[in-house]
Design a protein around this ligand. Structure first.
Ligand SMILES: [Zn+2]
Length: 180
């Protein structure tokens, strides 16, 4: 099973959006990439190709959406998102054999497109696999069979590995050695 943190399909863009809020290991002080990212068209297209780049007037809504989505990571059926779906309704159309149902936003703004991606993830039971690392808060997709992954990466050598799980094990070991 892959140790990657990437989510399948469009959900990877939702993951990238959520990770615009970061808690860098070096500083342990929150960093927010979203305000500057919306001003950089090329970087936005690279990071979030299918999400329309919002204007400055949409920033507050996107910050609120990011906070609310982060709050329900790992929840298979988050009722807290009802207000967001009421605000940005999603329509369902018939797709193909691979993806029988397609979820489309009613309006074309960034928040609406993100909610349509979230709807598809909920319907495909993939949303609950999107988790936030308890240490660095990095959002990762849990590919493990029994959804047992807790840390963003147990192995520092993986491409996006921060080794939070390993760091925490070392901390626990040292604590035990100190006897407190
Ligand atoms: Zn982590």
């Amino acid at each position: 099973m892959s140790a990657t943190s990437s989510a399948p399909g469009d959900l990877e863009q939702v993951r990238a959006f959520l990770n615009t809020w970061r808690l860098p290991h070096e500083t342990r002080s929150p960093a927010d990439d979203l305000p500057s990212l919306i001003t950089r068209a090329t970087d936005w297209r690279t990071a979030l190709p299918d999400i329309p780049r919002p204007g400055p007037g949409d920033l507050d809504e996107l910050l609120a959406l990011r906070t609310d989505l982060r709050a329900v990571l790992g929840h298979p059926a988050p009722a807290e998102l009802r207000a967001w779906f009421a605000r940005h309704p999603v329509t369902v159309t018939v797709g193909d054999e691979v993806q029988p149902l397609r979820y489309r936003p009613v309006d074309s703004g960034a928040a609406a497109v993100i909610m349509a991606m979230v709807a598809a993830a909920l319907a495909g039971q993939q949303w609950a696999r999107l988790k936030s690392c308890p240490d660095c808060r990095n959002v990762f997709f849990d590919h493990s069979r029994n959804r047992s992954r807790t840390w963003c990466s147990m192995y520092a050598e993986t491409p996006d590995g921060r080794a939070c799980g390993s760091i925490s094990k070392v901390r626990a070991y040292r604590k035990r050695r100190r006897g407190n």
